[in-house]
Every structure is written in structure tokens, then in C-alpha cells.
Design a protein around this ligand. Structure first.
Ligand SMILES: O=C(O)CCC(=O)C(=O)O
Ligand SMILES: [Fe+2]
Length: 949
């Protein structure tokens, strides 16, 4: 027979179990798993018990022999008729016999005194030379895969013969023991019970220390183990999960292989997997004997975690044992640093000796000795516990990490350990708030922080990228979900991993993978990169790149250097701020009555063509629901069934819906849109264009005869007269003709076609404008007629209305062209909308929301529509008036040709009160909403005022 060096059985033949014995407690262990050198509790199956106070002592002996050599099988009859059996692999038979006999007659003063708790002198005194000291990691599992064979009586011929004889007596075959697993397993419960009884009586009839007795005991052990197994299996099969103060206790099956020792969280005794019914909480891993379930007092740690998932963040907040009334913080057992009695002291005639750790006396130690336990401090709670509730488990504590970056493990109670284990991966530590200095002092942590911030920025790309979603790229952070949610919350495990460097490596890998996708392999993500608006160098930058800054205000990305050189001001925010000011104070378009008068004076008392009424203007929502995108493309909207020439009343409402939606989307985002299928005949446009060209070909003297004045806003404007961009170096290099009043002055004698072609185009533009305005009102959720009703005088001038058709001629450029000349400075239009017809030359550019100038190439068959200041203000910036300009296109330089464009500037009727849509319609019924009648200011041709300003 071969005993495994670490296999020890301590068995007690006969009556009662000592399960309730308080004297079996785990010793202090420095390892993570509970380690004890005593505490067998109810003895292994073969034997049921022993006098209270004995079991642990015998078990101590048994476990002590685990690293010795040689087999020991010994039985001792107690005065009560019990039989104690110790099987071990250490010491001699005589040593074990002597040790066990002493235990029976002279038990140690405290069963708690084993292991790290007991003083060294006591250890020596209690077990002089009997057995070697307990190794810390010895395995005491009573059940191994070769349990039965290990228990066979041996291979020597005497033992074999003995065994054969016993088998015969018990009616068992030879084969039964040569293959014990199979044969025993095939026995019925009754036959096992019968054989146990038979075996027991044979043992009692037998002389001590005979090979026959030894063989009988082996047989008994095998049979009792099998019986216990049968009981347990039946019990577990019938038992479901038990719910007890938050625990979900699941019955445990006996281990099939050698398992590490397991201890009961309630009574702290060993759980012999083969013998004991035991339960484990599936939530917090609280483990206990079946018999201890009812006595469980510790709440499931998971309940505490879900109720209050936060740590104690003071380092060992100890208040002292006295504050706890010298009671264990959990089970309320009395605890104190007391005197302990050593046999040496006793032998020396002393009643007790001072505990080697030098604890002071409390009360009468002799009187108290059976009731008091040694206190153990939990470094997490600062409270004291008895050894049954504090096994000396050591863990890293959040408070020490947080305040001192100290990862040394500290001793904690069982309940603290279970709580901390459940909390370990919970991201509940906000380092920015709790100890921001850590980022300064711990380099790994600041690296982690940067990587996490970058990953969050990347998440914005990956979250909207279909390819990234298909490959489940973000799943790489699945284990640390909080890393995709924020960059400031940490779990204790994160900090442990940050300290060890594991986290940095992990994050760097993720960072690299994400970055590669966004910057290299995915065109969609690449398209969402930025170009530094300051230097305009066309390399794409991303917010997570090094050497860039992300603007807090608008999230645009700029080179760090460019930004600092610009005085740390984001150009985009500056622009937006300017626009906001315009919107709220009306820098450009809002003129109060007082200013109106002053302006009139400046202009020589002539009725000024001004006025925007904004009194009562409510800012309302400033944008459409979605922010403006950085699209660098102007959308095309097909007017389809509602273009000019189509019967819009018969148009499918769905068509209206589509056009409305598309127009609103485009005009609230880019602010410009191409209209295809608009229905204005090409001939109308080209005829007007040709007639206009005829006019511009006239000599200057002829043209200036038709020059426009401010009062009429109708007529010719010379080259170099206007300056739409007040910051620009030059006035506009273009000449124009305003046609506001079809009955007004026209060069009929020089270009007779101009008036009729203009009138035809104005009529078509008017029709198209009404349809666009209807669609916009519909799309904005307003009364669909609201804008039509406020633009009634658009083509007729009745009621007064400043809508105007204007043709622009950009003459051929002179050879000595000064540098940086642009045709038409950056500006926004001032009215409601503008319909723009370009020739094929190009040069018009539109500013995208990220500040880039985007070419608005002429698309044959389309016209461009853009929003003006008035409509932007009117719609509380839901529709946006986008800046645009005309540059000198390369094509023009090459062809050295002139350029023509036609703009139909649509304005609301002069008496319209511009208010936010929520207040619409005010119009001519200003008291409609019970508000006092607003001043009847008129909106006239703001353009003129702007030019003059
Ligand atoms: O000529 C063009 O293409 C645009 C002109 C313009 O934007 C304007 O006159 O307001
Ligand atoms: Fe314009």
C-alpha cells in the first residue's frame, strides 16, 4: 500500500459527532486560501465522533504526520467505548499511539491554539517529539481518486493473506478489493451497512496492533466512505438551491479528484467533500456544511455590493476592541488578547503564561479560557474578529492603493474578503476626485489615463462605423466595459494591473488596433478626420493623435502648434461666436427704430431701405435636432412633382414630404442645395443671361445711365463699388444689374430683350420660390402657407417687398491682376432664400461647418438655393445662412473669360415681423397672440444698407 505523503485520515469509530464542538477553528494563515493545521470537525466517515474537544487535537496529530514516512494505523479505545483511528504517513506507530493517548487524557488548553495563533513555546510543549509540525500547504482532503486503493491494507503477504481472510468472513470476493472502486460501487446500501456492522464487531473482537485488526480497519474505512458517499449523493439529488440571507446556496457534489481543503464559513471546520453535505453560494462563494446552513449569519456579500457598491476608503479605520465590547464584529463571540495556558507553564506549577505576542490580560484567563477567542484585526474594516470569522486571508486594499499606491496584501476577515472579491472588478473609484495626485506621481497611471481618453475618442468613430461593428471591434474592451463609457472610473483590478504594467500593455494593444482601423484600413473613418483649420495643411488629423488639440467648445481638431501660435483661440469658435452675436444682437441685420432714424440721417434724410424687426424675437431652438455635419458636399434635391410647370396641388403628398424633408435637411446642415428638375425652362435662363450679357457689353457711359440708387434698389452697379466682405482688401470685381420692379427703368432701347426675359424669369423664380417656401414650412412643422403668406409681394411689389433679380458680370481679368483678388467676398445673403444660376465657369465656394471652402461647381440643369440671414433668424437658426464667396477659378484664369451669374434674392414682405416660428404667424395680425402690436418696421433691401455700412 502506498500512502501519499500528504494524505492523512483521522477517523473516530463510533458514536456521536462532535460537530457542535467550538474547539475547531482555523488557525491564522498567511496564504489566500484558508489554511489550517487542525479542525477536522466531525471525523471522517468511518468514525462518528469523540469526546468534545478531542477531534481537533487528534486531527492535529493526523495532519502533523502528513509529511513523514511510513504507515501508521492505530486505534485507541477510549473510556467511553469509542475507537480512535489515525492513519498517517509520519512518525512511528509508537509515536502516534503516544500522541493520541495523550490527547485523550490531556487535551491542549485551547483548540484554537494551533497554527499561527499558538505560541511557539506552547507548540513545543504540547507536541514534544510526537509529530513533525504542520506544513502550511498540506492537503487534508480525505477523498482522492485513489482513495479506496490507498486504503487497501498493503502488499505484503501477511496483509494480503489477512485481507483475503476478512473478505471471506465478510462474504466479499478477492476481486472485491483488487478492484475496490468497481466492486464497492456496485454494492447496495444495505449490504454496505451490513458489512460495516460485521466489520466493527470483528474489530472489537480483535487484539490491538495485529495485522488482522489493521486489515479490518482498512476494510471498515472503505465501507464507511462508500456509505457516506451514497448518503450524500441521495441528499444532494433531493436538495435544490437554498436561499438564505441573500446567499444562493447550491449543493456541492463530492469532489471526484483530489481537491484543496475547504472550510465552512460558518463553523470554520473542514468540509470533507466525501462525507459532508455542503453548499456554496453561487454569488459570493460563501461555503458551509449542510448542517450549518440554518445557522448562517453572514449576509451574502453580493447583497451589500448591490446595495452600496463602494469601498471603505479610510486606511484601517480601527476603533479598538473595547468599542466592540470585546466581541467578534461578526459572530459576537467574546474575543480578547488573553493569557493562554501552556502545558510547560502548568508543569512548572504556573497556572498560565503570558501570550508570546505580549497581549495584556483581560479578566481571569483561567475562568474565561473556554469562552474567549483571540481577536484578529481586519485591515479593511478596522474591526476585530474571532478566528472563525477571520482566517487571515490577505488581499490588496483599495484605501491603501488609493492613498499610498500601496499594493501589499493585508489580513482581512472572511466577510471583507468575500465583499472585496466581488468588488474587485467594479469601476467605482473615481481617481480624479479621490486622489488626482496619483496621475502625477504614478507614470503608469498617467499613461493609462491618456490611452483611455484616446480610446474613448476612437469609440466615437468605431461606434458609427459599420465595418467596425461587423468585426465587433469594441468587444475587445468587453472585460472592462467601463473603458468604453468613461475615462475616469477605475476598478481595484485596474489599479493592480496598472501597477504591474499589464493594463498599459493591454490598452496599448487595443489602442493600436483601433487606431489602425480608423486611420489606415477604413475609408469611412478616415473621412471623419480633420484638417487643421489654421494651417490648412491637408494631412488628416484625429483627436487621438499626438500633437493636436481638441477644442473644448466645438470639438474641432487643430495642430497644437498652430493653436498656440493663434493665441490659443479656435478659429471656428471665434466664427461661431461672431455669428451668435449677430443672431442675438443683430450686428448686421437688426436695426432698432432709433438706429433706423440715425441711419436715415446719415443717408441724407432719404427713406432708408432698412429695417429688420426683431423686437419680440425669441431665440428658441438654435439648430435642427442634429448638429451640422462636416459634409463637404452640397446635396441635390429633385423637385420632381412639385417643380415649376407641374400641378403641385396634384402632387402626391409623399412627394411633398420627401422634398420638404430633403430641403430642410440640406438647408439646416450645409445651408445650400442644388435643385434638379426645378422646372424653370433652360431657355428662360439662357435668354435672360444673353440679354444681360448684351447689357454688360455696353460702354460705361451707357450703363451708368441706369445706375441704381438706394431708394429704389433697382439698376446698374458698377465694378469696384461693393464690398461684401468688410475685411477684404478690395471691392468686388464685378458689375451687376438689379431688377426689382419690372415696370421700372430698363435699357429698353439698348437691350430690348432684357425686360421681357427678366420678367419671365422672375415669374418662374417666384413660382419655384413659393414651392420651396411651402416645402420648407411643411418640413419645419409650420403651417405650410406661412412663408407664402409672408412673401406675397415678392414678384408684384404689392405689398412692398424687397425681392430682387440680379445679374452679375465678373469681367475678364486683367493681366496685371493683384494677388489674392477674389470676385466676391465671403458673405451671407440677407433675405429669406436665394436662387442662384451660374454659368459653366465655376468659382463659387461655400463654407462648410468645419471652416473649409467647398466648391459649389455648376451642375448643368440645376440651380442652387441658399438660406439668407432673415430666414435663419426667423427660424431660430434651424435653417442656416451659410457663408459663400466667389474666387477666381483656375478655369477662368486659363480661359481668360468672364463669368455670369443670376441671383434671385427672395425677401419677406416689408411689413413682416420676423419672429421665431413659435410665434408665427404674427404677420399683419400682430395682436393675434395677445401681444402688443409691434412696431410696423419694414424689411427692405438690407443689401443696400450692408453695402453702405
Ligand atoms: O456670383 C455668384 O455666384 C454668387 C453671388 C452672390 O453670392 C451674391 O451676389 O450674393
Ligand atoms: Fe450671395
Amino acid at each position: 500500500m502506498v500512502f501519499r505523503p500528504d494524505t492523512v485520515f483521522c477517523t473516530f469509530v463510533s458514536p456521536v459527532c462532535s460537530a457542535s464542538c467550538d474547539n475547531h477553528a482555523p488557525p491564522l494563515s498567511m496564504s489566500d486560501e484558508p489554511e489550517r493545521s487542525d479542525g477536522s470537525g466531525r471525523a471522517v466517515g468511518v468514525v462518528s465522533g469523540v469526546v468534545s474537544g478531542m477531534a481537533s487535537s487528534v486531527a492535529s496529530v493526523a495532519s502533523s504526520v502528513s509529511h513523514g514516512v511510513g504507515d501508521v494505523v492505530h486505534t485507541v479505545a477510549t473510556g467511553m467505548g469509542d475507537v480512535v483511528l489515525v492513519l498517517g504517513v509520519g512518525g512511528t506507530v509508537q509515536q502516534v499511539t503516544a500522541g493520541v493517548k495523550r490527547l485523550l487524557t490531556d487535551p491542549p488548553d485551547s483548540p484554537m491554539a494551533s497554527g499561527g495563533v499558538r505560541g511557539e513555546d506552547e507548540e513545543e510543549e504540547e507536541w514534544p517529539g510526537v509529530l513533525p509540525p504542520t506544513p502550511r500547504n498540506s492537503t487534508l482532503s480525505p477523498y482522492t481518486d485513489d482513495t479506496y486503493s490507498d486504503l487497501s491494507p498493503g502488499t505484503d503477504s501477511e496483509a494480503a493473506a489477512e485481507e483475503a481472510a476478512i473478505n471471506h468472513e465478510l462474504g466479499l470476493s478477492e476481486d472485491h478489493f483488487s478492484q475496490p472502486e468497481e466492486s464497492i460501487l456496485s454494492m447496495t446500501k444495505e449490504s454496505v451497512e451490513n458489512n460495516i456492522e460485521k466489520c466493527k464487531s470483528l474489530i472489537l473482537q480483535c487484539d490491538e496492533s495485529t495485522s488482522r485488526r489493521r486489515a479490518l480497519v482498512h476494510k471498515l474505512i472503505q465501507l464507511r466512505l462508500r456509505l457516506q458517499e451514497m448518503h450524500d449523493t441521495a441528499e444532494i439529488a433531493s436538495t435544490g438551491v437554498l436561499v438564505k440571507i441573500g446567499h444562493h446556496l447550491q449543493p456541492q457534489k463530492p469532489p471526484l479528484t483530489r481537491a484543496s481543503k475547504q472550510y465552512c464559513d460558518k463553523c470554520a471546520h473542514i468540509i470533507w467533500g466525501v462525507i459532508h453535505v455542503s453548499y456554496v453560494c453561487s454569488l459570493c462563494e460563501y461555503r458551509c456544511h449542510g448542517r450549518c446552513v440554518e445557522d448562517t449569519i453572514r449576509r451574502c456579500a453580493s447583497t451589500r455590493v448591490s446595495e452600496d457598491p463602494m469601498y471603505i476608503l479610510r486606511i484601517c479605520p480601527e476603533v479598538g476592541l473595547a468599542a466592540q465590547n470585546y466581541k467578534c464584529a461578526e459572530c459576537k463571540r467574546l474575543i480578547t488578547n488573553r493569557y493562554t495556558v501552556s502545558s510547560k507553564a502548568k508543569a512548572g506549577g504556573k497556572k498560565y503564561s503570558v501570550h508570546p505576542r505580549g497581549f495584556s490580560c483581560f479578566g481571569d484567563p483561567m475562568r474565561q479560557e473556554s469562552a474567549w477567542s483571540e481577536p484578529r484585526r481586519c485591515d479593511y474594516t478596522g474591526l476585530y474578529y474571532c478566528p472563525a470569522c477571520h482566517w487571515g486571508s490577505r488581499v490588496v486594499l483599495p484605501a491603501r492603493v488609493l492613498h499610498n499606491w500601496d499594493f501589499e496584501e493585508q489580513g482581512v476577515s472572511r466577510q471583507a474578503k468575500q465583499f472585496l472579491a466581488l468588488m474587485r472588478n467594479k469601476p467605482v473609484l473615481d481617481l480624479e476626485k479621490l486622489n488626482p495626485h496619483l496621475f502625477k506621481f504614478v507614470e503608469e497611471l498617467s499613461t493609462v489615463k491618456k490611452l483611455r481618453e484616446d480610446i474613448l475618442l476612437m469609440k466615437r468613430y468605431l461606434g458609427t462605423c459599420r465595418a467596425a461593428q461587423e468585426t465587433r471591434m469594441l468587444r475587445q474592451l468587453e472585460e472592462r466595459q467601463h473603458f468604453v463609457e468613461n475615462s475616469h472610473m477605475y476598478s481595484l483590478q485596474d489599479l493592480v494591473d496598472a501597477e504591474s504594467g499589464v493594463l498599459v500593455t493591454y490598452l496599448q494593444k487595443v489602442h493600436q488596433c483601433f487606431s489602425e482601423h480608423i486611420k489606415t484600413s477604413c475609408l469611412v473613418c478616415q473621412g471623419k478626420g480633420y484638417i487643421c483649420e489654421i494651417c490648412d495643411v491637408s494631412n488628416i488629423i484625429f483627436p487621438f493623435d499626438g500633437g493636436v488639440v481638441v477644442c473644448d467648445g466645438c470639438s474641432t481638431v487643430l495642430h497644437h502648434l498652430c493653436y498656440t501660435n493663434r493665441g490659443s483661440k479656435c478659429p471656428r469658435c471665434v466664427r461661431q461666436e461672431a455669428r451668435r452675436r449677430q443672431e442675438t444682437t443683430g450686428d448686421r441685420v437688426v436695426v432698432s427704430r432709433r438706429i433706423l432714424d440715425e441711419t436715415a440721417m446719415v443717408l441724407g434724410g432719404r427713406p432708408v431701405m432698412v429695417v429688420v424687426v426683431v423686437e419680440g424675437y425669441i431665440p428658441g431652438i438654435r439648430r435642427m435636432e442634429s448638429p451640422r455635419s462636416t459634409h463637404h458636399k452640397i446635396p441635390v434635391v429633385d423637385m420632381g412633382a412639385i417643380g415649376v410647370g407641374k400641378d403641385e396641388k396634384r402632387a402626391d403628398p409623399k412627394e411633398w414630404q420627401r422634398v420638404s424633408h430633403e430641403l430642410c435637411e440640406a438647408l439646416s446642415d450645409v445651408g445650400f442645395v442644388y435643385l434638379s428638375n426645378h422646372g424653370i425652362p433652360d431657355a428662360q435662363i439662357s435668354n435672360f443671361m444673353s440679354a444681360s450679357a448684351e447689357f454688360f457689353k455696353l460702354d460705361r457711359e451707357t450703363k451708368v445711365k441706369y445706375v441704381s440708387d438706394l431708394s429704389t434698389a433697382h439698376g446698374y452697379i458698377e465694378v469696384d463699388r461693393e464690398k461684401l466682405d468688410p475685411t477684404g482688401k478690395f471691392n468686388e470685381l464685378r458689375e451687376s444689374f438689379y431688377m426689382k420692379n419690372m415696370e421700372g427703368t430698363f435699357p429698353d432701347s439698348e437691350v430690348p430683350q432684357l425686360r421681357p426675359t427678366a420678367a419671365a424669369l422672375v415669374a418662374s423664380c417666384g413660382t419655384l420660390t413659393y414651392r420651396v417656401l411651402t416645402a420648407l414650412a411643411f418640413g419645419l412643422g409650420l403651417d405650410k402657407d406661412i412663408f407664402v403668406a409672408t412673401h406675397r409681394g415678392m414678384c408684384t411689389g404689392s405689398p412692398p417687398n424687397a425681392t430682387v433679380l440680379r445679374v452679375n458680370h465678373y469681367p475678364q481679368l486683367p493681366a496685371n491682376l493683384p494677388e489674392n483678388v477674389i470676385r466676391c467676398g465671403a458673405h451671407t445673403d440677407y433675405g429669406s432664400i436665394t436662387l442662384l444660376f451660374q454659368d459653366s465657369m465655376g468659382g463659387l465656394q461655400v463654407r462648410s461647418v468645419d471652416g473649409k471652402w467647398v466648391d459649389a461647381h455648376p451642375i448643368p440643369g440645376t440651380i442652387l438655393i441658399n438660406v439668407g440671414d432673415a430666414l435663419q433668424m426667423w427660424t431660430s437658426s434651424k435653417l442656416v445662412a451659410t457663408e459663400h464667396r466667389v474666387v477666381i477659378p483656375k478655369e477662368e484664369m486659363r480661359r481668360r473669360a468672364s463669368r455670369y451669374s443670376i441671383a434671385f434674392f427672395v425677401n419677406p414682405d416689408n411689413d413682416v415681423l420676423l419672429q421665431s416660428p413659435r410665434r408665427l404667424p404674427v404677420l399683419r395680425h400682430p395682436t393675434h397672440h395677445g401681444t402688443p402690436a409691434p412696431p410696423q418696421h419694414v424689411l427692405q433691401d438690407l443689401r443696400v444698407l450692408k453695402i453702405r455700412a
